[in-house]
Design a binder for this molecule. Sequence first.
Ligand code: NAP
Length: 246
Amino acid sequence: MTQANAIIVGASSHLSKEIATRLAQQNVSLVLFVQNPEDMQEFADQLPTKVEVLPLDIENPSAIISQLEKVWLSIDGAHLVLVNTGLNGYHESLPWQLEQDIIDVNVSGFTAICNTTFRLMREQGYGQIAAINSIAGLRGGPSVAYHASKAYAQNYLEGLSMHAQRLKLPITITDIQLGLLDKAAMQQSKLWLPPLPKVAAQIIKAMQKGKRKVYVTKRWRLIAWMTMCLPEFIYNTRHWKTKKKK
Ligand SMILES: NC(=O)c1ccc[n+]([C@@H]2O[C@H](COP(=O)([O-])OP(=O)(O)OC[C@H]3O[C@@H](n4cnc5c(N)ncnc54)[C@H](OP(=O)(O)O)[C@@H]3O)[C@@H](O)[C@H]2O)c1
């Protein structure tokens, strides 16, 4: 492989489009996996590099495995695979279907992508798998399956990195621990709302430096540390409400 190729899985969000644009400006050829390729074509056409947009069937692990294998052959490998897929949702009654959907995308689909990419990069002899993960995985939370799935992703990526080292393979695994983005925007909280270009720039810089784990934006490293340190009776704000009622 002479040309730098990158594959972005889940390329339709604002964040992944910003990352794709910046990679394209660096002359990286792109394969973008999205749910609705037609909706992405206009965006892809205006990028200054070779871009292929393909359908993503993440809820069907065997389909995503063969999609990845096929595209890998057609572009002669890739130096970077960025996993940006993620599903979140909350309902007070914790309906099974919602939990199942989150597990399908964030656990089964995520694992199929990372496992297949690792195998293909092992055969290729090098590469980088980066995943946009969430600090939500540090503790449990109201979107029960979402928080748990992000903990799974963090653990899986750490295991992959250890496996690459055990096999002495130059495969870099980068866990991008994202803080709040849209949620902060919805809450009109300027304090926590990092501008998208800044988020994308920090992600690209961390990938290019081959970081193992990075908090984006940087201030979330402190929040992550505090979150992990808090005892459950403080972390779980429901306890506070119960005390107030008394
Ligand atoms: N946004 C935040 O505040 C935030 C904070 C922390 C971590 N994160 C995590 O960061 C990652 C990127 O988040 P984001 O805000 O850029 O985007 P997002 O809106 O969370 O979605 C990420 C991508 O996943 C795709 N996706 C979701 N369900 C899918 C399905 N069933 N089949 C195929 N594709 C599916 C989406 O495609 P469609 O657009 O076609 O649905 C989108 O391209 C996610 O893993 C997210 O959990 C986000």
